[in-house]
Design a protein around this ligand. Structure first.
Ligand code: BDR
Ligand code: CA
Length: 319
């Protein structure tokens, strides 16, 4: 195995695609999955995750723990079922997963996993950052115990998606996001600047639908509802590759073509900018240079050809 990844997510259509992308890679070990509210409740996200593991032939072999249903401040937020469908998987009917969730809470599983394998586990967060913030409280040495952290979230120089200023994962729990992004560890942030430019077309989705792989066909089914939502965003049936881009960056499949290591602050005030990620990109005027002392690498662009790799991988995956 080249890379060991613990995924914290709110499964969610694109979280499911990102999980399948990782599970289909023989060089990646997904050592645990923890779930959080966001697209759907943490409980339903765990059920969806367990089902996705079954689809990928990994049921019962990877622990899945349920995490926070509310923000760090205890607030219950509106879930994004209008994007991901009532069951979080685009309304695709799923069965009863073969395995049950872990008795541990998500943050406990995160801490236990990284303590057992110090320096080896990469944390990939593709949902609100509540579980990671709780894990940091439980284990303040978390930053020195992990191999790295990659977060799908934020908007550096582009508009938000859930409000004009904020991206959904950050907006769902800005206080948690500030605690995680401000923890001083080497963190890679994969914001909308990069993910909105990695687009999967309807032709590519149909290619998976017609593939010989049950995983490819499942992915195409689940994406159908999501593609309809994104028709309203891009003006054509298609979708952004949010979570799977973060996954591909976390395991080294995709390298940023533009990135800056800069200070990032999350707006936690109650005004219209709540949840904005204020990235200190002022260095862009002298060639997008890194900021001395900063620890957050903000990915601004990637090559734009990720969807083709995702389609190829899922269409040929035989669990
Ligand atoms: C992010 O929000 C969620 O809806 C997606 O799963 C992704 O993680 C994109 O803003
Ligand atoms: Ca997500």
């Amino acid at each position: 195995m080249n890379k060991t990844v613990l995924v914290d997510c709110d499964t969610g259509v694109d979280d499911a695609i990102s999980l399948l992308y990782l599970l289909a890679d023989p060089d990646v070990e997904v050592c645990a999955v923890t779930t959080v509210f966001g697209n759907i409740s943490a409980q339903d996200a765990a059920r969806n995750t367990l089902w996705v593991l079954d689809v990928a032939g990994k049921g019962g072999r990877i622990p899945v723990a349920v995490g926070s249903e509310v923000t760090l401040l205890g607030e219950a937020m509106e879930l994004a079922t209008f994007v991901h469908g009532d069951n979080g998987l685009g309304g695709v009917e799923i069965g009863r997963p073969s395995a049950a969730p872990s008795p541990l809470r998500a943050a406990e599983l995160i801490v236990r996993t990284v303590r057992e394998r110090p320096g080896q586990v990469h944390l990939l967060a593709t949902g609100p950052l509540t579980n990671l913030a709780v894990a940091l409280r439980l284990e303040p040495d978390l930053p020195s115990l992990v191999e790295g952290v990659t977060v799908m979230g934020g908007a550096a120089m582009v508009p938000g998606n859930i409000t004009p200023a904020a991206e959904a994962n950050i907006w769902h729990d800005p206080e948690a996001a500030q605690a995680v992004i401000g923890a001083g560890w080497d963190l890679t942030m994969v914001p909308l600047d990069a993910t909105m430019a990695e687009v999967m077309s309807e032709e590519q989705r149909l290619e998976m639908a017609g593939s010989a792989s049950p995983v490819g066909r499942f992915a195409a089914d689940v994406l159908d509802f999501y593609f309809d939502f994104y028709r309203g965003v891009y003006g054509r049936k298609s979708s952004a590759c949010h979570d799977v881009l973060a996954a591909a960056i976390a395991v080294g499949d995709v390298v940023a073509t533009r990135a800056m290591k800069v200070a990032v602050t999350v707006e936690t005030g109650a005004g219209p900018a709540r949840g904005a990620t204020i990235c200190d990109t002022r260095g862009m005027y002298k060639g997008e240079t890194d900021q001395p002392g900063a620890s957050c690498t903000v990915v601004l662009a990637t090559a734009g050809d990720l969807a083709a790799s995702v389609v190829r991988r899922l269409s040929s995956f035989q669990p």
